[in-house]
Design a protein around this ligand. Structure first.
Ligand code: PHE
Length: 452
């Protein structure tokens, strides 16, 4: 089969590979680092409820649409959009979805790598005993010291990008599959272990639990809704064509709806567990849930610093977080990489180095925004904050909305119904969601973000 038909040879032959790659893309810093800290900033329960609604009503239908678009063409996202546009006799401008996806992935990775670098740095510091016996405020001081230390952050940012380039260049199949098969279950096991710690050793589990699940409707502000929706896109890797790129390698006999549901479920589970680990520790150490981007690093490290064997457990934990970030980073490059190799016939290794190098360079801006360039602000935000804001609030929702409109209104009906292969009732439900709910939800957050 391989060798004769170039598309067939690119298809992953194991039916679990897509699932693993898609879950690897979805599960990352978004779940373990970002979810707890924004849930903390927006007051917990109300935010979590809106977030869960966004996952179910907007995320799942869109996950199915993106994957289908990729699989039906077996091309890079940009060329997939081009082909489907011309097949449907539609306006050529729809290819903007492909261009935007590449651009968005680029921007996300510039700051994502910096945070992943923090995780690597923490793994190292825990192992070497830097945090041993420190109390929460000393651990907090260390976090601040790290963000103020540009060379140290650049070192870890470089290490993370180098790893990303190395694994991506080897190909998603060879580079990723073997590793993920071991790492994802280990990460899960370690999270369960930490959950046990939060439950039984902090004495604050119920307090954390209530913070996450007690819904105080007065806290559902426009801003919280915007943040919850942005987070839903981010955590499921939606709106920037990552799953389109992976969908292109998905075997034809895999069920897209079933896979999409499993990925969304696993991703949500990981986020909820992370929250249930973080908040009880936050309370146990007298920290504030709304502490911001340092929340995971300060809270968990305070716990590791004061438990027997904490240095090793903490090391293992942050190594696994780095690996979860790595499998997401690869999917942030894939849309651009797939297109560059298709378009210019460039070899995968050279293309990865080029793209990774450019991302690394722009990422320096995010590193510096914590120290030397802390005063450099655009619209009142540092480079790091702005990159996160623009992707969460504008680029991902916009990309997602355009993809939904394209899949629901523009694309020939047969493409989606064939890829999804669902019963008529389920298909109609999906179609209603993709045509009406997704675009309406995104328009609502744009409206809120602009006029509120
Ligand atoms: N979903 C990833 C995470 O939660 C981040 C990501 C966003 C990856 C968009 C790919 C595309 O960490």
């Amino acid at each position: 089969m391989a060798g004769q038909n170039p598309t067939a040879s690119k298809t992953w032959n194991n039916r679990w590979t897509f699932m693993l790659a898609a879950a690897g893309s979805a599960i990352g810093l978004g779940n373990i680092w970002k979810f707890p800290y924004i849930a903390g900033q927006y007051g917990g329960g109300a935010f979590v409820m809106v977030y869960l609604l966004c996952i179910a009503l907007v995320g799942v239908p869109l996950l199915m649409a993106e994957t289908s678009i990729g699989r039906s063409t077996r091309l890079s996202p940009l060329n997939a959009m081009r082909k489907l546009t011309s097949d449907s006799g539609a306006f050529r401008g729809w290819e903007i979805v492909g261009w935007m996806g590449m651009f968005t992935g680029f921007i996300i990775l510039t700051f994502y790598s910096v945070v992943a670098g923090w995780a690597m740095s923490y793994a190292w510091d825990l192992l070497t005993g830097t945090f041993d016996g420190m109390n929460a405020s000393q651990v907090g001081g260390e976090f601040e010291a790290l963000t103020l230390d540009a060379p140290r952050q650049i070192f870890w940012h470089t290490a993370f990008m180098a790893l990303t380039v190395y694994i991506t260049a080897r190909g998603v199949h060879k580079g990723l599959e073997k590793g993920l098969q071991v790492m994802m279950p280990t990460l899960f096991a370690l999270l369960i272990l930490m959950l046990g710690y939060s439950m039984f050793a902090t004495g604050n589990f119920m307090k954390g639990f209530h913070f996450m699940f007690d819904v105080d409707f007065s806290k559902i502000t426009g801003e919280a809704v915007v943040a919850a929706m942005g987070q839903a896109f981010f955590t499921l890797s939606l709106g920037m064509c990552a799953l389109m790129a992976y969908g292109a390698y998905m075997p034809a006999n895999n069920s897209i709806p079933r896979t999409a549901l499993s990925v969304a479920f696993l991703d949500t589970l990981m986020a909820i567990i992370s929250g249930l680990i973080v908040f009880p520790i936050v309370y146990a150490h007298g920290l504030e849930p709304s502490a911001g981007p340092g929340l995971l690093f300060v809270s968990l490290t305070s716990a590791f610093a004061n438990m027997t064997g904490g240095a090793y457990l903490g090391f293992a934990f942050f190594v696994l977080v780095s690996i979860a970030a790595l499998s997401s980073a690869i999917s942030l490059i894939e849309p651009t990489l797939a297109w560059v190799t298709e378009r210019f016939g460039m070899n995968r290794i050279a293309a990865t180095i080029m793209i990774g190098g450019a991302i690394w360079f722009v990422g320096l801006g995010s590193v510096l925004s914590f120290n030397h360039w802390a005063e450099v602000k655009f619209f009142g935000k540092t480079i790091f904050d702005l990159s996160g804001y623009v992707t969460d609030v504008i680029l991902l929702p916009l990309g997602g909305m355009l993809t939904a409109i394209f899949a629901g209104w523009v694309l020939k009906r047969s493409v989606m119904s064939q890829e999804l292969a669902m019963s008529v009732g389920m298909y109609n439900l999906w179609r209603f969601a993709i045509r009406i709910i997704v675009p309406a939800a995104v328009l609502l957050i744009f409206y809120t973000a602009i006029f509120k």
